[in-house]
Design a protein around this ligand. Sequence first.
Ligand SMILES: Cc1ncc(COP(=O)(O)O)c(C=O)c1O
Length: 400
Amino acid sequence: MSLKSVTDKGLQTLAIHAGENPDPATGASAPSLVMSSTFVVDEEISFSANNLTAETPFVYTRWDNPTTQQLEQKLAVLEQAEACIAFASGMAASAAVMLAHLSQGDHLVISNTNYPGTAEFARDTLTRLGIEVTPVDTSELANISAAMRDNTRMVWLETPSNPLLRISDIKGAAEIAHTQQALLVVDSTFASPIATRPLTLGAELVVHSLTKYIGGHGDAMGGSVCGNQALLGPLRGEALVHYGGVISPFNAWLIMRGMATLPLRMRCHEQNAVAVASFLETHEGVEKVLYPGLESHPQYALAKSQMDNFSGMISFRTANAKAVAERMMKKLEVIHYAVSLGHHRSLVYLMQTEDLVGSSYRLEDAELEKYRAAAGEGIFRLSVGLEDTDDLIRDLETVL
Ligand SMILES: Cc1ncc(COP(=O)(O)O)c(C=O)c1O
């Protein structure tokens, strides 16, 4: 038994049932974990990824795997996409999209502050391959328009973005990208499909680090790209089969299990984050709080129109950030001082300005000043987890 229709079901039902099928041999209700790297076949199948089609049976797990396929189908349903491909990590997914859809002489417009791995990959690897890259603050549509060129083939947004939680207008960016026949790609990791579905707002591809909210438990790395078959075809053959960044079926299974509670978790992440952000806003030791669900966020109206859930990511600034970080490392009882985000456990980390603007973003002049005005010497990125709100606030009180 599997869902007969997904269009008449709610998100909680889809997060649990979409893509999953009871095991046909045993009737097991939970999805089966297929840890086989190869499959016994009863017909000749081409050994070339170039001949891979949607009808090709399972051959080898780097090409496709029954457990991974169930995860991909669930993700596609939640993102309202025709199809999805899972990868070994969010970075494997991002790199796959850029390398499969950009070639020498093409031009990419990308957010000038975003996940540092993506920023460095665009500025170093893509430019080494002869792809032109223009980083701009995509939270202002005029900056995207001004950056477009005749050879622009892709516009890349991360919204909300790392670490300043800037929101980019997906619908507006799609209109701009499409006047130039460029693809709009959205890294929606901070939002999750519970908050935002970029494909319904005009994007061609949506990328996730499954390591974060979607897996949700901090125990499995993964990435995904959702979109239509025509755009995903080159990704499966080239990026998955040839670059080899395939997800382990075990991780796919863990992430699928995590997804069953994604709508419930996102509701709790938001509820806790609203309470913690409101506490931080009134604390005398805190200079600035950025949270898309606070009216004080510079793009609160856009966040409200584009996000069904404000997620659990807060950035805040204090005086003497390094000393506060030291106290956090020694004194926090509940919140872990660690990178990453979207887990059930709360995590906090100081994103040091000099580190990021120099080595990852390479900001200059007005953009550098704008970053410093928002982040000071560094900004704390707090991923609010699912613990009791009072415990989180008490933990923060001891270090602020
Ligand atoms: C917004 C965003 N995109 C992509 C990535 C990369 O994901 P992964 O660590 O799964 O490779 C991260 C990781 O922190 C991220 O925050």
